[in-house]
Every structure is written in C-alpha cells, then in structure tokens.
Design a protein around this ligand. Structure first.
Ligand SMILES: [Zn+2]
Length: 202
C-alpha cells in the first residue's frame, strides 16, 4: 500500500511538470503566469506549482506540498500566490483531484467584450457542460478564492473576466483538457467574428 501511494505521488508530480510545459507551448501560460495543483484521491494535501518565473522549466523538486490551510508540508519554494483558490476548490469538491489555472488570451479577449461565454463547437458543448464568467476580482486575493469556490460547486470550468480560466477534473488530463477546449472554442468564435464582418462588406 505504501509503495502504491509513493508511485502515485511521483506520477502526480511528473504530470504537473509535464502539463505546465504543454500549456506553455500552447500559449496558455507565460513564464510567470498560470498554476497547477493535484492531489491523490481523498487526501487532505496537494502538490502545487511554486510562485515565481520559469514555468516551462519547472522540475518535480520545485513543486510544493501544502495542506488545505495552505501550510507547507514539503518543498523549498513558496506555493503559487493563487494557492487560496486551489485549496478552496478542493474543500468544496471532493470529486476533484486536479485544478488548472491559465491565462488564455483568446478566451480573455472574447469575455471582455461578451458578458457570457457561449461555446460554439461540438467538443466544447459536450465537455464543458456549464461554464460561468465571473466578474473581475484581484488575482490571488481571498475575495477571488471565495467567489471561485461558490461557483465551482456544479461546474468544471470558470472564466475570470480580464484574468484567465480555471478548469477542474478528476485527474490532471481532464482539468487540462477543459482550459484547452475553452481556448479552442474562443479561437473559433474569433474567426467567426472576423469572417462574418468581412462577409458583410461584400
Ligand atoms: Zn492568474
């Protein structure tokens, strides 16, 4: 049993590091923005990316283990400045084992103009179920973490107006897919807007 937990822990840490690199290559996080956390199912602690730059070059040893009150249990770095939002989600969603927060440029742009995000692609309509766009709150604030925990109860995706996106899932792959599919849909919406404008000129 002990061996199994260790294997799962190493696997989670590896997945966090790999996911951050993938999201950086997709342009959904920058060197200094975005954060990821994950936990072993049912546990009262999580691994989270550290605060500070160089996200694409993160190593497993850079990750920080914290409990649901934000206390550091393992690691030499400070946890992500957005740690409050991550722990508040885990507190209200026992079924969630991974949280991904990114700064999707197209999604941010679309929701700064439109009040609600209405998916147009089949994939997004199926995967996202219900998505809410929350009013702007200061990043990393307690106010933001409370608003997110209230709204994530029956959803797997949230858009933070003027700031970014949060995706949650039973594992990291699920949470990562959420933020990727939202951005793909926002790109399609942008293309539709450009072409419908051009079409109206002829
Ligand atoms: Zn952010």
């Amino acid at each position: 049993m002990k061996k199994q937990i260790l294997m799962e822990k190493d696997e989670i840490k590896k997945e966090i590091v790999e996911s951050m690199r993938d999201l950086y290559l997709r342009g959904l996080v920058t060197s200094s923005s975005g954060n990821i956390s994950a936990r072993i199912f049912g546990s009262e602690f999580l691994w989270i990316t550290p605060t500070g730059p160089n996200k694409p070059k993160l190593k497993e040893d850079d990750l920080v283990k914290i409990d649901l009150d934000g206390r550091i249990l393992e690691g030499n770095n400070k946890p992500s400045a957005e740690w409050r939002t991550h722990v508040e989600i885990f507190k209200v969603r026992k079924d969630v084992n991974a949280v991904v927060h990114t700064h999707n440029p197209f999604t941010i742009g679309v929701t700064m103009v439109r009040k609600e995000f209405k998916p147009v692609t089949t994939e997004a309509s199926i995967l996202l179920k219900e998505i809410a766009t929350l009013p702007f709150k200061k990043p990393c604030s307690e106010e933001l973490s409370k608003l997110v925990s209230k709204n994530i109860i029956n959803r797997n995706a949230l858009i933070l107006r003027g700031h970014g996106v949060i995706g949650v899932g039973s594992d990291l792959n699920e949470a990562k897919s959420i933020v990727e599919v939202i951005e793909d849909d926002a790109i399609v919406q942008t293309v539709m807007k450009i072409f419908s404008k051009r079409a109206s000129r002829y």
